[in-house]
Design a protein around this ligand. Structure first.
Ligand code: PLP
Length: 412
């Protein structure tokens, strides 16, 4: 008889995007004349930048020849890409990361989810709330949580760190000792960031408590303000306590192509029950070599092109395009009397829904009255209730039109 991993049964079905989809489909069916504008989904819409397209075509032609054929590649990624990452994302920012500390992958989602393999099930996990749901759900699957508590909407044995307007979207250090801490900045969904001083407190906490920070910087390229760290390794000592996740999805439009990387510095160590220190880099390397066959050569050549001069410029233009949308959303909503957060170092604008309304009630009003779709904050965790996320990933004309409709309706 086979038994299932019952931890999966503890998971709460994610109704968020399916409920949104159903509500939108029903509304369109009943109102075929209405033009709905979607500012809800966190997927990019701009085409692949020319530098990456050209690199891919070149790589396809190369592997189509006998001399250029590539079979299984290195599980850690090709050195040409790891070198480019080490130089451009780290060395040029004054951070020394060795190529052996970089692992290329098919996505930050997979990395954030798979990393739990190398940690003991007994670790206590802290997660900011609201947040990207992958951190919580993968720990539920791995058995690192208790059951779900319907009343509080939280899992037992997880330390939730609220990020709300009350604490200026800066999570407070946990009162109890935790072993693994997930931080995501610029944050999805709030669009807010942590400054160097804020991040320093976390690195100090991790050092004092021998904990590991899992730092998701998937939206790093959207940082526009000075003094906001682009990498946790800008903080002294972080190379002993932090793992960093980065992705090419949101900077170069790789959500469909799939390429990302994780950095595990050699100094980051966990403990065995018998008191030995073990380098997490070694464990991850072993995990990847066993379970992963690397990212395709063609994809990695495309990712490498992001770091060429033209690639960098094209990425900047792309991000600039989305950030114009973010500005339109933020300024428009504020004009209509909304309080907004994020949208300056992030493609996400997080807004407070009108007093007395839930996130879902606000969703219904936007859909029915102005035909705009966003994402209710409560879908990202209990502390997201009362908030709403709009994304800058639409096209500029639709974004302008959506904001105009919201302003006209709420200014009345
Ligand atoms: N991390 C965060 C915070 C995200 O919001 C997302 C995607 O929306 C990802 C990671 C996934 O990145 P990737 O496309 O590289 O898997």
């Amino acid at each position: 008889m086979s038994f299932v991993n019952e931890n999966f049964l503890k998971l709460q079905d994610s109704y968020l995007f399916s409920t949104i989809g159903k509500k939108v489909a029903k509304f369109s069916e009943e109102n075929p004349d209405k033009k709905i504008i979607k500012l809800g989904i966190g997927d990019v819409t701009r085409p692949i930048i020319p530098a990456c397209k050209d690199a891919m075509i070149k790589a396809v032609n190369e592997v189509s020849t006998e001399a250029g054929f590539r079979g299984y590649g290195p599980e850690q990624g090709y050195d040409f890409l790891r070198d480019a990452i080490a130089k451009n994302d780290y060395k040029d920012r004054g951070i020394d990361i060795d190529v052996s500390e970089i692992f290329v992958s098919d996505g930050a989602k997979c990395d954030c989810g798979n990393i739990v393999d190398i940690f003991s099930v007994d670790n206590k996990v802290a997660i900011t709330d609201p947040v990207y749901p992958v951190y919580l759900d993968t720990n539920v699957m791995a058995g690192r949580t208790g059951d779900f508590d319907e009343n509080s909407g939280t899992f037992k044995n997880i330390v939730y760190l609220p990020v709300t307007a009350e604490n200026d979207f800066k999570p407070e250090l946990p009162k109890e000792k935790v072993d693994m801490i997930y931080l995501c900045f610029p944050n999805n969904p709030t669009g807010t960031v942590l400054g160097k001083e804020d991040l320093k407190k976390w690195v100090e906490y991790a050092k004092e408590n021998d904990s590991i920070i899992l730092y998701d910087a998937a939206y790093e390229a959207y940082i526009t303000e000075k003094n906001i760290p682009h990498s946790i390794y800008e903080i002294e000592g972080a190379k002993d306590v932090a793992i960093e996740f980065k992705s090419f999805s949101k900077n170069a439009g790789f959500t469909g192509i799939r390429c990302a990387y994780v950095v595990i510095p050699n100094g980051v160590k966990g403990n065995t029950k018998s008191g030995e220190k073990v380098a997490l880099n070694k464990l991850w390397n072993r995990r990847q070599c066993t379970k992963f066959n690397g990212v395709s050569y063609i994809t990695q050549r495309a990712a490498e092109a992001i770091y060429t001069e033209e690639g960098k410029k094209q990425v900047r233009d792309n991000i600039g395009y989305y950030m114009v949308n973010a500005k339109i959303i933020k300024e428009g909503l504020e004009k209509a009397g909304f309080v907004t957060y994020g949208g300056v170092n992030s493609p996400y604008v997080w807004l407070k829904v009108p007093e007395g309304m839930t996130s879902w009630e606000f969703f219904d009003v936007l859909l029915e009255k102005v035909n705009v779709v966003g994402t209710p904050g409560s879908g990202f965790g209990p502390h997201g209730e009362g908030y709403f996320r709009l994304t800058a990933f639409g096209n500029v004309e639709n974004t302008r039109e959506a904001v105009k409709r919201i302003v006209d309706y709420f200014k009345k």
